[in-house]
Structures are given as C-alpha cells and as structure tokens.
Design a protein around this ligand. Structure first.
Ligand SMILES: Cc1ncc(COP(=O)(O)O)c(C=O)c1O
Length: 403
C-alpha cells in the first residue's frame, strides 16, 4: 500500500530529539537532556485521597461525558490563580485543554493557513515549532538576549511580514533558554501588536516556578484589546501525566476554541479535572509550588556553582530565576553534534541547540535541565561536561591549526 499522507505529515521518520533522549537514557549516562519535573515532588498521597473522594461523592458525574470547555469548578480555581497574577478573568474566558501542547495545536489550527507568518523567539520550544510547521506556517525567528525577545528586531519582523497571525512567546524562564522577558519589553510587545493589529500567544508553563527575583506580570496583564491568548498548564506545578492545561482568551474566542476542541478530543479527561479541582479546593497548591521552588532553587544553585567551577571561563550561560533550564553557549565554531558525541563518551548528556531554532542554528549551543537530578549527580555530571567541552574545544582548535 502506498500511503497518501497529507502535507501536515513530516516526510522523514527521523526523530533526532527522540534519538538523543534514547542515548541519554542509558543507565551509565547522567542526563540533563529531558525536561521532566522531579517525580519525588508529585503529591501522590494527596491526589490518591482526593481521587477516592471524587469517586465517593461524584463518581458517576466524573465518569460521564462532559462539555468541551471544561469542569466549571476547575475553571473557577483557575480564575483565582489568574487573579494572583494580576489577570482579572471569568470562567467564560477559560477553556480546559489536554495540556499546553494541545492549546498550542488548537491555536495554530484556528489561525494559521499555509504561508501565514508566526513570529517566535530564537531559539524556542521545539514542539511548538513542530506544530507551526505542520500547519504550513512561515516561521520567523527573532533573536533574544538576557531580557527576552529583542524588541526592535520584533518590530522589524512584524513590519516585514504583513501576513503575521501571531507572536508566540514564552516570557517566563523560557524553554530552552531559561530567560525571562522584562516588564518594559512586555509592554512594548503589546504596543507593537496593537499598532499592527496582530495577536500574541503567551505560553506560560513555568511562570509559577519563580525561585529568585521579583514577579513580573504576564503580557496578558497589559492586554487592553483582548489580543493575548494566554496558555498555562498543571504539568510543571502538579504533574505532567495529568495532561491538563488551560487557555485564557476573549469569550468569543473561547467559543471557537471549544468547537475546535470538540472535534479534536470531545473534552479533556473529566475524572482528572474533578480530581485536580478537588485537590485545589482541599490543599493550598501554592504551598505545594513552594516545595517545588525550594528543591529546584537548590538544584539550580548546585548546577550553577559546578558550571562556574568546571566549565572553561569563556563559555556563556543563562542565569534563570525559575523554571527548569539553563542555556549554554560555547564560543567559536564548535560542532554541537561532536560535543554531544564526546559527552556521551564521558557519560553525560544534554539537548543540542539545533532543534530549537526555526532557521539558522547558533553552533555550540545546548540546553541543560536541573529539575530531574540529584545534587550529587548534578555535580558529577557538570564536571564530566566541563571535561568534554575542554576536549572538544582543544580538538577543534588543533583541527583548525592543521587545516
Ligand atoms: C514552552 C512549553 N509549552 C508547552 C509545553 C507542553 O506542556 P504540557 O505538558 O502542558 O502539554 C511545554 C512542555 O515542556 C513547554 O516547555
């Protein structure tokens, strides 16, 4: 049989990131490659308790089909969480999704025709790039610095691409760089979107996990014209296996999202929505998030100290104030693939920068995760990584001098 795939299906079956994670998963390798939360922090006993209560009190309702927009009690809880962040909203502005990944997919499905422009940070979340590509988007990357997307470059990109549908941004502790967009850039981004009448998709899975510095209001906070679609998720603040996220947007947009979601998966798991709503009504989720922050803060400090001790001094790296990732830039024309291979020989792994770039790749870049690793492993792994970087740099210098 010759399968006649649609244009959305990638031609190649290659899964470079999957292959990296497979190699990194070998038991001898200390892997900073995945982006997994620490499983020892999942509130298993509490979730078990409230699950029993849901079965006892409303088992039949929770196991029944439900509405695409989501369980009202859970949306009520999210209204309260958003208020904490300075965003006033109502349950009619919120739809529950099957994780932020689905929110990104539904957003692209709803707005992107082949050839439409989507503007993203460079680098950005690789699975969002996959989604935008699958809908035939023309993806334009805008460089970042320590304060997020470079706003002058953003304005130029918007001006040069009149068919821009939206700017996709991860303003807090970005995946993959760990960087956070400053408040003034958030305001400037809104101004640009207002001037050119385009939308902003604000993807915020990590914002609640701030362990240093001061909170910054979401871009949605500055949004007077209902042009920001705000996405978040329970994946990093509770557990990713629950597969629950949410979208905050203007009411008429939520109605459209609801229709799109109905045809995608009818609704997100109703039982899980009841369980999470119950958890949030019986426990203070902010207490739970505080525990996550404390552990991640310690792991990030241990990783940072080890980087300072073991990496060559000319290597640059981001200084996250929250989230899960540090971004590393090895100067010179270092082949990240060769560096990865050397690291595997040293039994340590990361995700090379390449898949995070929509277009030209900055060589020598890679992402490190610190949330999913003991402090001892972090110290040992970063020492190995420092040795591998030194080895790769000296090999590339000697091959340049030979040529
Ligand atoms: C920036 C970003 N957006 C969305 C997601 C997807 O999250 P979820 O588990 O809610 O689908 C991730 C997951 O790592 C992410 O890093």
């Amino acid at each position: 049989m010759t399968y006649q795939f649609s244009d959305r299906v990638p031609e190649s079956d290659e899964d470079p990131v999957g292959n990296i994670l497979k190699v990194a998963g070998s038991p001898d390798v200390i892997s900073f490659a995945g982006g997994l939360p620490a499983p020892e922090l999942f509130p298993v006993a509490e979730l078990k308790r409230v699950t029993d209560e849901v079965y006892d009190e409303s088992g039949r309702q929770a196991l029944q089909y439900s509405t695409a927009i989501g369980y009202p009690q859970l949306r009520e809880q999210i209204v309260k969480r958003m208020a904490h962040q300075g965003v006033k909203t109502t349950i009619d502005n919120i739809m529950i999704s099957t994780g932020s990944q689905q929110s990104i997919d539904l957003t692209a499905k709803m707005f992107v025709n082949p050839g439409d422009t989507v503007i993203v940070e460079k680098p950005t979340y690789l699975c969002a790039l996959d989604v935008f590509r699958s809908y035939g988007a023309h993806i334009v990357g805008v460089d970042m610095d320590e304060n997020g997307m470079k706003i002058d470059q953003l304005e130029k990109a918007v001006a040069e691409n009149p068919n821009t549908k939206f700017i996709y941004t991860i303003p807090n502790f970005q995946n993959p760089t760990g960087r956070t967009m400053s408040a003034d850039r958030r305001e400037r981004m809104i101004e640009i979107a207002d001037n050119y009448d385009i939308m902003i998709v604000e993807d915020d899975p990590y914002g609640a996990i701030r362990f240093a510095g001061d909170d910054i209001e979401p871009i949605k906070f500055y949004d007077d014209h209902e042009r920001v679609i705000y996405l978040s998720t329970f994946s990093k603040i509770l557990a990713p296996g629950l597969r629950l996220g949410w979208i905050v947007a203007e009411k008429s947009l939520i109605k459209k999202f609801t229709l799109m979601k109905q045809s995608a998966d009818v609704h997100s798991d109703n039982l899980t929505q009841h369980i999470v709503a119950k958890f949030m009504s019986e426990y203070d989720i902010d207490d739970h998030i505080d525990k996550i922050k404390q552990v991640y803060r310690k792991r990030e400090r241990v990783m940072m100290n080890a980087i300072e001790a073991f990496f060559p001094k000319n290597v640059h790296y981001s200084h996250p104030e929250g989230g899960l990732f540090i971004w590393v830039e090895v100067p010179g024309d270092v082949d990240t693939k060769a560096l990865f291979d050397t690291c595997i020989k040293h039994n340590v792994a990361f995700v090379p920068g390449e898949p995070f770039y929509p277009d030209a790749v900055t060589p020598g870049t890679f992402r490190l995760n610190y949330s999913n690793m003991s402090e001892d492993h972090i110290k040992t792994g970063i020492k190995r990584l420092g040795d591998a970087i030194k080895e790769t740099i000296s090999e590339s210098v000697s091959s340049v001098s030979r040529n």
